[in-house]
Write a protein that binds this ligand. Structure first.
Ligand code: TYM
Length: 342
């Protein structure tokens, strides 16, 4: 099977660890919906097995998984057109991850910046799962022969590692069985920054709630966070180059461009010369306009947990139907004996 023979299939995942924010929306969810609307086959996963690489209160995980499912749907993902499911319901992810634990090298994992960031100074105390995290990620994608992976900038290194794992498996066994998945990192907001510090990524784990816009924030909260966002005293430049040493200004312009489906150049042509006292209220109006329908829909969906659980179970069944034969073939390539007729 040559690489050209792989049919395009989009896979991506988000951790259900609470505080779904504007970075997740612009860097991932909005783009997931765009891929779906282009008519490619799309699978999107709530990666609960990844979430538990750091401690999660069981009740919080359960709630966050359902809330994330509601966030997917409210952002435009249609459970009939995309396969939406949570990772732990499809055992093939964990099974292929074990195989990839045996393919990936310790040195590759040690280079992962996310592991270094998350493990912090006390790496000896980090879970083994946190270290092996990228092998499970490779399994998530490759158990479906996923070819394209829409993600934010921070996941690029992990997708490159997935390519290395696929390439090593293919090389070691002399096959062209796994595609080398492409990271798809496009648009103005592949790295949304904190509203309090334009040099730090907007993140669910930032202790300051003012640093991020949560998808569950109401209109008034969104407007207040944008009004209070850190900026410099200069008006906006009229060319994108003028944003180079102005991280906070650049971040707000990128957010505007992504929310409005405009290029940064178009925003500069329209808003260049404006002081923040004019630009911020415009951005706040736009953000409220785009985000409040999502938060209202999420709240509505959260009232019917049984329906969310039904959607996830249906998605898991459809996901398993793709994953099971790929896992079986992987075992077979490796020389594992299967049950007769199995
Ligand atoms: P996670 O849950 O941290 O983030 C989910 C998605 O949101 C993007 N993102 C951002 N994009 C722009 N600006 C930001 N500030 C920002 N913060 C987060 C992330 O890049 C990501 O696309 N390891 C992954 C989940 C995962 C996965 C996968 C992704 C597990 N298996 C397989 C793709 C394919 C993660 O922790 O994302």
């Amino acid at each position: 099977m040559s690489e050209a023979a792989f049919t395009p299939r989009v896979f991506s995942g988000i951790q259900p660890s609470g505080n779904l924010h504007l970075g997740n929306y612009l860097g991932a969810l909005k783009r997931f919906a765009e891929a779906q609307d282009r008519g490619v086959e799309t699978l999107y996963c709530m990666v609960d097995l990844h979430a538990v690489t750091v401690w999660q209160e069981p009740a919080d995980l359960r709630r966050a998984t359902r809330e994330l499912a509601a966030g997917f749907i409210a952002s435009g993902l249609d459970p009939a057109r995309s396969i939406l499911f949570n990772q732990s319901q499809v055992a093939e992810h964990s099974q292929l991850a074990w195989v990839f634990n045996c393919v990936a090298r310790m040195g590759w994992m040690q280079r992962m910046t996310q592991f270094k960031d998350k493990a912090g100074k006390n790496a000896q105390n980090a879970s083994l799962g946190l270290f092996a995290y990228p092998a499970l990620m490779a399994a998530d994608i490759l158990v479906y022969h996923g070819t394209h992976v829409p993600v934010g900038e921070d996941q690029k290194q992990h997708i490159e590692l997935s390519r290395d794992i696929a390439a090593k498996f293919n090389h070691d066994y002399g096959v062209e069985f796994f595609p080398l998945p492409e990271p798809v990192i496009e648009g103005a907001a592949t790295r949304v920054m904190s509203l309090r510090d334009g040099t730090r990524k907007m993140s669910k784990s930032d202790p300051s709630d003012m640093s991020r816009i949560n998808l569950t924030d109401d209109a008034e909260t969104i407007a207040r966070k944008i009004r209070k966002a850190k900026t410099d005293p200069e008006p906006l430049p009229s060319e994108a180059e003028g944003l180079e040493d102005r991280p906070e200004a650049r971040n707000l312009v990128n957010i505007y461009a992504a929310l409005a489906d405009m290029s940064v150049e178009q925003v500069m042509a329209e808003a260049g010369g404006q002081p923040f006292s004019v630009f911020k209220p415009r951005l706040a109006d736009l953000a409220v306009d785009r985000l409040t329908p999502i938060s209202i829909e999420m709240k509505r969906l959260m009232h019917d947990e049984a329906e969310i659980d039904r959607i996830l179970a249906d998605g898991a069944g459809r996901a398993r139907a793709i994953a099971a034969p790929i896992l079986r073939r992987t075992y077979d390539i490796m020389g594992m004996v299967s049950a007769p007729g199995g």
